[in-house]
Design a protein. Structure first.
Length: 340
């Protein structure tokens, strides 16, 4: 059995469809052909060249390596890794159906396989850095093979998704389906996220969020530790904090993604303190039930996961206190963007 990385669009635009329909779709635009008829890879390459005549040969071979597996390499009982683009979490499923071609479906939903999602919203911070590198491969579909990844992931599943912290250094890549070209930006975020989580566990994370809000120009009230009635921080603008916006903030660093009741609780606390807006910070992300509410709550509540907090750090780093900058020593660098 194998483990496959599958992406639900460059921005996670297909993620809800994948999860609610219990399927993975090969979302390649205009690929309305029956892939089961192309077991010969060179024949499939020629067909891709016909469908996409303006693409370079190198690009088509790259696409071939991602398109071919759903019909000819993936097997029932194989696992699928689906990193979420909406929150800092990862979903896992098992392939339970054969390859399906549905030419009547809307573009690009012609190719699919049925999936049993057995673990959703697993925080990215649970995984060792080398596994996160593999999950960040710059490919829509690829086989995860490095560093005994399959056995380690299956062991984590048996251990409530906790890492054994026994990372191998031996690479065991196989053919062209091995993960390549890791998303460097994603890897940097993961590395910084793990570092900050070690430094700012529990109540200290509230201190970090307070510092960011102050750097953004807010006056901040920090509740006493303990029973705070669900309002970890209050932030407001204007002279001495008597203006708008008035924001009620909750900060969560629990081991699991935050669920819907926590979001509903924030709404109630906002009413109690006459806050105009709410900010819910969850370092380990949000369950899909929360992500689905984000649009409905857009004009009242913002959700920050670890990536959002790190972006705020980048944007406001020079305005942070010297003590915070000493605890989170960051250096800005520039690199070439060579994505094709």
């Amino acid at each position: 059995m194998s483990i496959w990385l599958f992406r639900a669009g460059s921005n996670g635009e297909y993620e809800e469809k994948f999860l609610t329909e219990n399927k993975i779709y090969l979302t390649w635009n205009d690929l309305n052909i029956n892939l089961s008829e192309y077991s010969d890879r060179e024949k499939l390459y020629n067909k891709l060249n016909e469908i996409y005549p303006t693409e370079k040969s190198k690009t088509l071979y790259n696409w071939l390596s991602q398109i071919y597996p759903i019909a000819h390499r993936m097997q029932k009982e194989d696992w699928v890794v689906l990193p979420s683009k909406r929150t800092s979490t990862i979903h896992f499923g098992k392939i339970v159906g054969d390859y399906e071609y549905n030419p009547q479906n809307d573009n690009p939903y012609y190719h699919s396989r049925k999936i049993e999602w057995f673990a959703q919203d697993i925080p990215r911070s649970n995984f060792d850095q080398d596994l996160l590198y593999s999950f960040g491969a710059f490919m829509t579909v690829c086989k995860i093979t490095r560093n005994d990844a399959e056995n380690r992931i299956r062991t984590m599943a048996e251990n409530n998704w906790q890492s054994s912290s026994s990372t191998s250094t031996l690479f065991t890549d196989d053919d062209t389906y091995s993960e390549i070209n890791t998303n460097l930006e994603e890897a940097i975020y993961d590395s910084i996220s793990k570092y900050i989580l070690r430094k700012f566990q529990g109540y200290k994370m509230e201190d970090l969020i307070e510092e960011i809000l102050k750097a953004k120009g807010f006056t901040v009230y920090h509740s006493k530790r303990g029973a705070d009635g669900g309002k970890d921080l209050l932030a407001s603008g204007g002279e001495m904090g008597f203006g708008s916006p008035k924001i009620c903030v909750q900060v969560k660093t629990q081991d699991s993604a935050v669920d819907r009741p926590t979001l509903d609780q924030l709404g109630g606390v906002m009413n109690n303190v006459n806050a105009e807006y709410g900010l819910l910070v969850s370092w380990n992300g949000f369950k899909d039930s929360v992500a689905r509410e984000e649009a409905k709550q857009f004009f009242r509540i913002r959700l920050w996961d670890s990536n959002d907090v790190i972006k705020e750090l980048f944007e406001n780093y020079e305005k942070l206190s010297p003590s915070i900058r000493a605890e989170i020593p960051l250096k800005q660098i520039w690199i070439l963007n060579e994505e094709e």
